[in-house]
Design a protein around this ligand. Structure first.
Ligand SMILES: [Zn+2]
Length: 260
């Protein structure tokens, strides 16, 4: 009997000890993070103002509400984005979350995502985008989410494909599988930002730069194509040509922004 009592007392003391250790570790971590946040606040990548601890996307609530949204997916077909992509009967819907204006907050965010080694911004944008579109059933009946691919050499230099980061953010919210083999880029081109619009169209129309490593995932499937920004639409058209070639049943497109 005494042995049993000793056993319970010891177990209870152990339990209390572990509970206190965990509790104080959590408390100390919270206090430490709050103090650190006061000294080195995270700043919004859109407007560079300090973020509140309650703002989870590394983009402040003010930017997320003030950057103008397109609501294209709620407008009749063809909306302004779909009008750039006409000619594909399997294109069901295309939408961009925001309008992309030069020198706007979204340009700062996209610049950090692409050129300042901030892949997590893509994940945050993808999650935000997915939460915005989910209630409008935009992701219904999608078999695979596919990022617009980068050439492997460029991806190695950058360290990641920003469209894939956005895909990963969307996937966290909607739990649809994604694939980076469905579309791949096979030839290096000059960075698009260093070319004017005409050069971009010529270089894209003269060479077949996209292909598929896994066409079985295209045939009779519904694909969601994802990119960061749509400008002329020529890159997305090239991707859709590959999807069409391999018998894609239905395609939707979503980007974070559309240039205007
Ligand atoms: Zn901001």
């Amino acid at each position: 009997m005494l042995q049993i009592n000793v056993f319970f007392v010891t177990s209870y003391s152990h339990f209390l000890y572990i509970w206190f250790v965990v509790y104080f570790k959590v408390k100390i971590k919270t206090i430490w993070e709050s103090t650190l946040h006061l000294v080195y606040p995270n700043v919004c990548f859109g407007c560079y103002q300090p973020l509140l601890l309650s703002e989870p996307y590394r983009i402040c609530s003010s930017c997320l509400t003030q950057i103008e949204k397109t609501y294209f997916h709620q407008k009749p077909f063809p909306n302004d984005m779909e009008a750039k992509l006409l000619g594909f009967s399997f294109l069901k819907r295309a939408t961009a979350l925001f309008y992309f204006d030069k020198k706007g907050a979204l340009q700062n965010i996209i610049h950090s995502l692409k050129y300042e080694n901030k892949p997590f911004l893509g994940v945050h944008l993808g999650m935000f985008l997915a939460h915005q579109l989910k209630n409008d059933r935009f992701f219904e009946n999608i078999d695979y989410i596919v990022p617009v691919p980068m050439h492997p050499q460029k991806e190695r230099t950058r360290g990641y494909n920003q469209a894939m980061m956005i895909v990963k953010g969307i996937q966290r919210v909607v739990s649809i599988p994604y694939s980076s083999d469905i579309l791949v880029k096979v030839e290096h081109t000059l960075t698009q930002t260093r070319k004017n619009k005409l050069q971009r169209l010529i270089s894209l129309s003269s060479k077949s730069i996209f292909t598929s490593l896994d066409p079985q995932k295209i045939r009779d499937k519904s694909i969601l194509l994802v990119d960061d920004i749509i400008t002329t639409g020529s890159t997305l058209i090239k991707c859709m040509e590959i999807l069409e070639q391999y018998g894609c049943k239905a395609c939707k497109i979503v980007t974070v922004g559309m240039a205007r």
